[in-house]
Design a protein around this ligand. Structure first.
Ligand SMILES: C[C@H](N)C(=O)N[C@@H](Cc1c[nH]cn1)C(=O)O
Ligand code: ZN
Ligand code: ZN
Length: 537
């Protein structure tokens, strides 16, 4: 069933939500993206409320309109408290990739659990076990807020771990101190990926409580601490709990990706997968003096860099034979759909901070991001990287690279091709070093059906809060557990992002605009109200 559905979906690239039913609360005609960009936050919040007020007197669903109006006012009133909540979360350096930071990842789980419990949610831990002997995986939070059998139940997922960050990488501020500039940009590791969006759900609960509003749905939560490291241990939990803790789920919502640009919100129905590898080359028993041993020993770094250049060229073409054979062919229909995308190279260049794109064609660039695989070289462990000129020959180096996978690539086949290629290329080197390639983690690509009440509710909420119809997008990044949620619950999964294309997740100076955090909190809450309104299919 899923195989069939997927085959029908893989080539679909829908850009505008033309199929969405007209929103119950339509936005002001002034809210075009261009105009939105010029609005100050206050202006926007006020016009948002005015529109609701107008609708209060004319629309059919008086209760929802009144509730949303009160909700938006409460969110605005709590802005300072919500920013403080984000500040506290960013201050906990919950980096899942660094074993020495694991206590901080656990501290983050404890902090989040306590916050949720203070808000009245019930939360339990699931312990996925050990990552490797002596290193426990952090707990997954299974939360519930409300259990009214007459209400819909929405399962929300997010992650409380973050990517590594060091000031020396080039940050303008301390990465774990939330720093807000005059334009309301909130800099800090995890601000947009994914602490801001996760806290958005907590903010939704708090604003409803403080405004004495009935919560529109039952909320089930799954917040994990290993997403940035391949969601290790999570799949097993979902497989077990889909029919237990999460059995009432009617639909799933994930807020963990980004708008295509800076002015127009989007709903996302596709992700690339990610297969992450390491390539270890070792020889000498310890690091060596290059003056004493240079020219006399087979250097691991030389072997490694030779091998790494056989993986990909500088036009982004993957050089591993067979990789492109599994990629779903590009159809004329799909090409035509890309023609309608309102998206230019300036948007990409702004987010990139340069004009060094491989192509200068926006459609081609989007296709490369969404529907073709890519291979990135990430780094070399064990290599000398500090400033200065140290004359060392590293004894063991580990190259890191990953492949973003797309429909219809089979992950086991990708790993088989990678291994065969490295073995063949290593043999050509005629080296006496030891070379090992291994898969660190992999997660599947995902493409969903956006013609569903879950997406319609989100489209209406977006139009209400942002005053513009959202784009329907796919995403180049990966959220490894998404497909598992879809398969195990059998329910529709929607990605509803909060941040924009300029947020720089994983990079230096990661940020979330305050406006997106506050309006995003309104959006998540509104979505739950519209979900309650939508007729279930
Ligand atoms: C899109 C999401 N916010 C994200 O950043 N996902 C990571 C997940 C990951 C890490 N290793 C493998 N997958 C990403 O796309 O890199
Ligand atoms: Zn994320
Ligand atoms: Zn991330």
């Amino acid at each position: 069933m899923f195989g069939l559905l997927r085959r029908n979906l893989v080539n679909r690239v829908v850009i505008n939500t033309t199929k969405a039913a007209p929103p119950l609360l339509s936005p002001s005609p002034h809210h075009t993206p261009t105009r939105l960009a010029r609005f100050t936050s206050t202006h926007y919040y006020n016009s948002n409320h005015r529109e609701l007020y107008r609708r209060y007197h004319t629309s059919i669903n008086h209760k929802m309109v009144a509730d949303l109006k009160a909700y938006y006012e409460q969110v605005d009133a709590l802005e300072g408290a919500f920013v403080e909540r984000l500040r506290k979360a960013v201050a906990i350096p919950s980096v899942s990739a660094e074993p020495e930071r694991r206590p901080d990842v656990v501290k983050m789980a404890e902090w989040l659990k306590a916050e949720l419990e203070t808000l009245g949610a019930s939360v339990q831990y699931y312990y996925p076990g050990e990552q490797h002997p002596g290193l426990d995986l952090p707990p997954v939070l299974l939360g519930r807020y409300g259990s009214d059998p007459n209400k819909r139940t929405i399962l929300v997922y997010g992650h409380y771990d973050v990517q590594p960050a060091f000031k020396e990488d080039g940050w303008d501020s301390q990465p774990f101190d939330l720093t807000i500039d005059k334009d309301g940009r909130m800099f800090g590791r995890g601000s947009t990926d994914d602490k801001g969006p996760v806290l958005g759900w907590l903010n939704v609960i708090e604003a409803h409580k403080k405004a004495n509003l009935e919560f529109p749905v039952n909320l089930l939560m799954c917040f994990e601490g290993m997403e940035e490291s391949g969601s290790e241990g999570l799949e097993e939990m979902i497989k077990k709990e889909a029919k237990n803790f999460y059995k009432d789920t009617d639909a799933v919502c994930i807020s963990d990706n980004y708008w295509l640009g800076t002015t127009k919100p989007c709903l996302t129905y596709g992700l690339r997968g990610c297969s992450y590898y390491q390539l270890e080359v070792s020889g000498p028993g310890q690091d060596l003096h290059s003056g004493v041993y240079g020219g006399t020993v087979t250097e691991p770094m030389t072997d490694l860099t030779n091998l790494m250049t056989t993986l990909v060229d500088n036009k982004g073409k993957i050089l591993i034979p067979g990789i492109y054979d599994q990629v779903a062919p590009l159809t004329d229909k799909e090409v035509a759909l890309y023609q309608n995308i309102d998206f230019g190279m300036d948007t990409i260049h702004e987010a990139l901070g340069s004009t060094t794109t491989i192509s200068n064609d926006a459609k081609e660039t989007l296709m490369k991001r969404w529907r073709f695989p890519s291979l990135s070289l990430h780094g070399i462990e064990g290599a000398y990287y500090a400033p200065g000129a140290k004359t060392v020959i590293p004894a063991k180096v580990i190259g890191k690279f990953s492949i973003r996978t797309v429909p219809n690539m089979e992950l086991a086949e990708v790993t088989r091709l990678v291994t065969a290629h490295v073995e063949k290329e290593a043999a050509k080197l005629g080296t006496n070093n030891t070379i090992k390639v291994s898969l660190i983690h992999d997660g599947k690509w995902w493409v969903a059906d956006p013609d569903h009440w879950n997406f319609r509710a989100a489209a209406k909420a977006t139009e209400q809060v942002w005053g513009v119809k959202p784009d329907l997008t796919r995403e180049g990044g990966s959220i490894p557990i998404t497909l598992t949620f879809e398969e195990e619950t059998g329910k529709n999964v929607l990605l509803l992002p909060m941040g924009t294309s300029t947020d720089q997740p994983h990079s230096i100076n990661e940020k979330l605009d305050k406006k997106n955090y506050i309006q995003g909190t309104k959006l998540l809450g509104s979505y739950l109200h519209y979900v309650a309104e939508e007729k279930m299919e």
